[in-house]
Design a protein around this ligand. Structure first.
Ligand code: SF4
Length: 179
């Protein structure tokens, strides 16, 4: 049995930018894989989550599938981390929240300029949209928040190293200011 830390990652209503930032740690990935192994993640394309020490969640919760995945991550990951602005406060996807779901669908699929053959998609394969986009902590307990859009590769590197080593998380100012 491996004694490496198991990490699972997922993108809910996100753009995968936070995952790209994780990959941007570049050659340090070689150091990371000495310490960790990946469970479910878009990085290795494993679709089923077994159990992980750390779950990294990118994106807010916009539909029923996002909600199911989030609940599974919470139940099977010892430590759950909201990674990035969308997971922490809804981010760009939550910009639809001031409007009703009906109004959003109408504008997107029926009334928008350039729409051809207007119809609202209703294939049963499509996950049902929730009435609003939720940050993850409004639906499950979150242990850590990693801010940024996306958090920088250096911030992710610092965070993961401190978490794996059991140290208090202490991101330097240069890694958490964005102007
Ligand atoms: Fe993309 Fe930014 Fe949201 Fe991450 S926080 S998923 S980079 S929009």
């Amino acid at each position: 049995m491996s004694d490496k830390v198991r990490i699972a990652t997922t993108s809910l209503a996100g753009c995968f930018g936070c995952h790209m930032s994780l990959l941007d740690i570049d050659e340090r990935l070689l150091e990371l894989v000495q310490l960790v192994e990946f469970d479910r993640s878009p990085i290795n394309d494993i679709k089923q989550l077994k159990a992980a020490d750390i779950g990294l969640v990118e994106g807010g919760v916009a539909n029923a599938d996002n909600l199911e995945v989030l609940k599974q991550f919470r139940s099977r990951c010892r430590i759950l981390v909201a990674v990035g602005a969308c997971a922490s406060n809804g981010g760009v996807p939550a910009m639809r929240n001031p409007f009703s779901l009906k109004a959003c669908l109408q504008e997107s699929y029926l009334d928008a300029q350039g729409v051809v053959n207007p119809q609202i998609p209703n294939d049963p394969e499509l996950p049902l949209l929730l009435n609003q986009v939720y940050p993850v902590h409004e639906l499950v307990k979150v242990d850590y928040f990693l801010p940024g859009c996306p958090p920088s590769a250096d911030a992710i590197w610092t965070f993961l190293n401190e978490l794996i080593e059991g140290k208090p998380i202490s991101l330097p100012y240069t890694q958490i200011h964005y102007d």
